[in-house]
Design a binder for this molecule. Structure first.
Ligand code: NAD
Length: 536
């Protein structure tokens, strides 16, 4: 396990009088050591870069913990459900006549096999119940469970806004925690600085598995979330966007709730980004994270003098980011040989048919899990074997900590590109470096989304609508030029043209690419504190 260096360490190294450590991270005593490790791990690169650039102690203190940690509870009323019953219990209802519900739309299947009963569902056909149990033709026997109120834990962590309004996604997932959101919010501060957009960092969401709730319930929960969030955010203060478990529809609900009853709601459109293009979203936003990642990959191949066409890659996650990456890399002639998601893993040594896979996962109504599992054009393999597949590029685009030291030992790739946030543990970083496997770190590889979110925000402010060509041209410039800066910092190489100057950022020695990216972020953040000073 790596030991995190502290301000105390840096004071000793620079032979300043020792003062108490500037690290309240370590002081969050109520949190379990596991959770503390997550934040400690994530801040390790920050601490290292801060030491390296001799970051002013006051700036370090400002950045080590978030500005605000909002945790609150929201409640919503759930709908009636049909809960499947099986075995002996179901047998006791063998003589119950089968019911036919005429309006098929009044029943909504959920991921866990339960069915949502929309209003009037049990009045729309020939329905027979006994003791609150119903038999549905061709579906089975179910207990009718009346909808109740439920409470959910909600978060918004605002890490830093010295460079511009807080900015970061809204995640709906069952495994979120304060520590996770702190990690992700800080990551947004570094990311917005790395791509040079005038925004800060935030993150938030709800502890919920959205697959277990109906669309109507998710709307009600989202509206209530915004009802409580409204005093804490705003188009010039904190701007949410989609993340895992949320999408353009969630953003539309958030926008509506925020602007409801306001005199000029259209001036408030910029309160969220990642909206549908028909209601103020930006062209290119849906694919922007994947597009940014592909620009990085293109640049890496170009600098190596290698061809992307024919390169073999593996992908973890086939959601928003994974799917766009697959489509865009397919267009470049790269070959997708394995995909792993939450519910399955598939492999095809000659390459998967990406178009057919996208149709199978995202346009097959019966594929409720939206999973690659069962795709007929690939062989099912175990999650374990996924990491042994021989490829040129490995793209983790699912959740954090996917690549640990033992996984890193087995990887057979030349390059890891971090589509997800924090998919590689610090121990795995060392293993990859020792094995000569290169890395494009998350704070540049997946920064395309927030970059185009910034373009969406500008378009909303100006009441403009840019073409996808305009958006992508700007995105390509932003991602590639900043990635080049990072590579220059890593190689300790100063290069200067009329529009580009890496000499401002190099640290006087070669650095790992992840550390180089953090140096770029810190130098840009530091400039604001140094030039603007601190309000008292
Ligand atoms: P998504 O919810 O659309 O998709 C997530 C994917 O990960 C799904 O395919 C899911 O099956 C898979 N997955 C979940 N748990 C898994 C597990 N244990 N093992 C394997 N696969 C698993 O989410 P997304 O928007 O595509 O985001 C993916 C990652 O990219 C996240 O880490 C997110 O923070 C990061 N990211 C997203 C954006 C964006 O614009 N959407 C921007 C920057 C970073």
């Amino acid at each position: 396990m790596l030991r995190r260096s502290t301000s105390l360490d840096s004071c000793r190294r620079h032979e300043l009088p020792a003062s108490p450590p500037a690290v309240s991270v370590l002081a969050s005593k109520s949190e379990s050591s596991d959770k503390r490790d997550m934040y400690t791990d994530a801040m390790r690169v920050f601490e290292e870069a801060a030491d390296l650039v001799h970051l002013d102690r006051r700036i370090r203190l400002e950045l080590e913990e978030p500005d605000y940690e909002h945790i609150f509870w929201i409640s919503a009323r759930l709908q009636d459900r049909l809960v499947p019953i099986e075995g002996v219990e179901a047998d006791t209802y063998a003589d119950l006549p089968a019911s036919d519900i005429q309006d098929k739309g009044s029943i909504e299947p959920l991921y866990d096999g339960k069915l949502i009963l929309h209003a009037g569902a049990l009045r729309s056909g020939s329905v027979y119940t006994r003791e609150g149990v119903i038999r549905l033709r061709e579906r089975g026997v179910f207990r009718i469970v009346r909808g109740q109120e439920e409470r959910f834990k909600a978060y918004r962590i605002q890490h830093n806004k010295v460079r511009g309004p807080y900015k970061g996604g809204i995640r709906y997932h069952q495994d979120v925690s304060l520590d996770l959101f702190k990690v992700l919010a800080a990551e947004m501060t570094w990311k917005t600085a790395v791509v040079g957009v005038p925004l800060g960092g935030a993150k938030g969401g709800i502890k919920i598995d959205p697959r277990l709730y109906s669309r109507q319930e998710l709307e009600a929960i989202t509206l209530r979330y915004m009802y409580k969030l409204k005093n804490l955010i705003g188009p010039d203060f904190d701007i949410p966007a989609p993340d895992v478990g949320t999408n353009t529809e969630t953003m539309a609900w958030l926008y509506r709730q925020y602007s409801d009853g306001e005199r000029s709601p259209h001036h408030l459109r910029g309160v969220v980004t990642g909206k549908d293009v028909r209601i103020g979203g930006s062209e290119g936003r849906l694919r922007a994270t994947g597009q940014g990642l592909v620009y990085c990959v293109e640049e890496w191949f170009e600098q190596k003098g290698r061809s992307l066409a024919g390169a073999r890659y593996m992908l973890q996650g086939f959601g928003n980011v994974g799917t766009s990456v697959a489509e865009l890399l397919h267009a470049k002639g790269a070959v997708l040989v394995a995909v792993d998601d939450a519910d399955g893993t598939i492999y095809a040594p000659e390459g998967l048919d990406v178009e057919a896979l996208v149709r199978y996962v995202h346009r097959t109504p019966s594929n409720l899990k939206r999973s690659v599992s069962g795709f007929p054009g690939g062989e099912a393999i175990s999650k374990h074997d996924f990491w042994d597949v021989d490829v040129d590029v490995c793209i983790p685009a699912a959740l954090g900590r996917a690549i640990d030291a033992s996984t890193a030992e087995r990887l057979r790739a030349s390059l890891v590109v971090e589509g997800a946030n924090h998919p590689t543990t610090p121990e795995a970083d060392l293993v990859l470096a020792n094995r000569g496997i290169e890395l494009i770190p998350d704070i540049v590889a997946n920064a395309g989304g927030v970059t185009v979110s910034y373009y969406e925000w500008i378009q909303n402010k100006r009441m403009e609508h840019w073409t996808e060509g305009d958006v992508n041209a700007r995105l390509e410039q932003a991602i590639k030029s900043n990635y080049r800066l990072i590579l220059d910092i890593a190689a300790n190489r100063s290069r200067k043209t009329a529009t580009y100057d890496s000499s401002l950022f190099v640290a006087g020695k070669t650095l790992p690419v992840r550390l180089a990216a953090m140096v770029l972020a810190l130098r840009r953040i530091e400039a604001h504190y140094s030039l603007e000073g601190f309000s008292q």
